[in-house]
Structures are given as C-alpha cells and as structure tokens.
Design a protein around this ligand. Structure first.
Ligand code: F6R
Length: 261
C-alpha cells in the first residue's frame, strides 16, 4: 500500500482530488468508482472547482457508485442517488446516463446486483475506485465478517454503522438496515483503489487496514492484497499507525514520475 499522510483533512482531501484529476487528464474516458459519506465531500468540491475554474472535463467519464440504501427512492434526501446529484453530478459536465448508482428500489434486487456487476465489466472495469472507511473497517458497506471475495449484493448493516450514520436520519425507524453494495471482490478488481480517511474516529480502522493482519473482521485490510492501493490520511487518522515515519520515508524518496503533483 502507498500511504500518504497530510497534516490536515483539507490537505488530504486536496491530494485525493489531485489524484482523481490526474487520472481524468491522462484518461478522459476513464471509469471512476465513487463513494458517498462525509469523507469525500471536500474532494468533490475541489473537483467541481477544477471543472469550473480550470476546465477539468468530465464529459467522457463513466461512474459507478459503491452502494445505496435498500428502499430509499432516488429523490429521498438520504439516498446516495440524491447525495451524488447534489454534491457532484449536477455541478459538472458528466453525462447523466454515464452515472450509475445501485437502485435500492429495484423490483428484483438480486437480479439488479448481477446486472450492476455486468455493467461494470461492460464499461471496461473501474480505473480508480474512491473509498472511505467505516470506523469498523468496512469498505463500501461490506461489514466485518463478510466474505473478502464478495460481489455486489444486498447486505445487512452492523449496529456500529447504524449508530455512526444515525445523525443523517430523523428517527431510527427511517434508517434502512439493508443496502446494496459492491462486494470486496468487486472493489479489488478496480485497477487503482484510493482510500481517503480523516479524523481520529477512523484511526483504529486505519491501523487495522494498513498494519493489521488481512482479516474479514476488517474488510478494508483486504486492500493489502490489491496491487495498487493509495491511502491518503490526515494526521488524526494516522495517529495509531506504528510506522508513520516509514510511510513518510517512502513518499520522500519517490521518483518524479511516481509523484501526484
Ligand atoms: C459510502 C461508503 C462507506 C463510507 C464509510 C465512511 O459510499 O461506501 O464505506 O465510505 O462509511 O463514511 P464517512 O465518510 O461518512 O465517515
């Protein structure tokens, strides 16, 4: 894993945006895997700014989101369809038909999961998958103890994740307990995985992901088996790492062509 530590969440988010923008400039017709949640908001803001001020072109991009709540329609304010439209898609020049978010209201959810996987393959596979990490080590909504080879499917949220995300909902009854999520196996097929994690609440999960054993109890640790994963952290998320100076040494000695600047 490539581990890049920045002092603030602002700097970490801007570096994340730079990594995405670098791919967009190099490969305008790329396939992006996208995440929702609090973590990528600043990164998306920066992509919007780059689009508006520096002409970053997203007209050729195809996107696939990681997950969606089962039972929430696209116009529900807590659905990930709504989140993506509000926080990114309607501010950039992406073609609406090129954006994909799992449909949590599909009549046949299981068939929809299979179709979603096929659509990713038909698009040529994901070039760069953006990921956040749950405080329990989940990626997508792949909760601890799930298979590290899972595919897009309907999953049950853990009590920890429900508690973490409860503030987004008016009442516990409104919070879905089921989601459609790309599986860990699906995520691992992306050509490059980019994990962004900020804040001390993520520090335990971040340590387990990077330095812990590969274990289904921390689904993000499966990324240790991925050929190209970049983890961008702020200092607070990095506090529990045993070897921060090692990651900084590696970054300092990268060759010019390995830099994201
Ligand atoms: C979101 C997703 C989740 C989040 C994770 C962190 O699409 O797949 O894995 O990335 O729950 O959420 P935040 O960023 O809200 O802390």
């Amino acid at each position: 894993m490539e581990v890049l530590i920045r002092e603030t969440s602002e700097q970490a988010s801007l570096l994340g945006a730079q990594i995405v923008a670098q791919l967009l400039r190099r490969k305008p017709h790329c396939v992006l895997g996208l995440a929702t949640g609090r973590t990528p908001l600043r990164l998306y803001d920066e992509l919007i700014r780059l689009h508006r001020k520096e002409g970053l072109d997203l007209s050729g991009v195809v996107t696939f989101n990681l997950d969606e709540y089962v039972g929430l329609p696209a116009d529900h304010s807590q659905s990930y369809h709504y989140y993506m439209a509000e926080n990114l898609f309607r501010h950039i020049n992406i073609r609406p038909e090129a954006t994909h978010v799992p449909d949590g209201c599909a009549t046949d959810l299981r068939a929809h999961c299979v179709e979603y996987e096929k659509a990713i393959v038909n698009a040529g596979g994901i070039d760069l998958q953006l990921l956040g990490i749950g405080s329990n080590g989940h990626i997508g909504f792949n909760e601890p103890s799930g298979s590290l080879r899972s595919r897009t499917w309907i999953k049950i949220l853990s009590e920890k994740t429900l508690r973490d995300n409860a503030p987004h909902f008016d009442s516990p009854e409104q919070q879905p307990r089921h989601v459609i999520t790309m599986g860990v196996g699906t995520i691992l097929e992306a050509r490059h995985c980019l994990v962004l994690a900020c804040g001390s609440a993520k520090s335990h999960a971040v340590r387990a992901m990077i330095e812990g054993p590969v274990s289904a109890m921390c689904p993000a640790s499966a990324l240790q088996m991925h050929a190209r994963t970049t983890v961008v952290l702020d200092r607070a998320a990095a506090t529990r790492l045993d070897h921060p100076e090692h990651y900084e040494w590696i970054e300092k000695h990268k060759l010019d062509w390995q830099q994201y600047a």
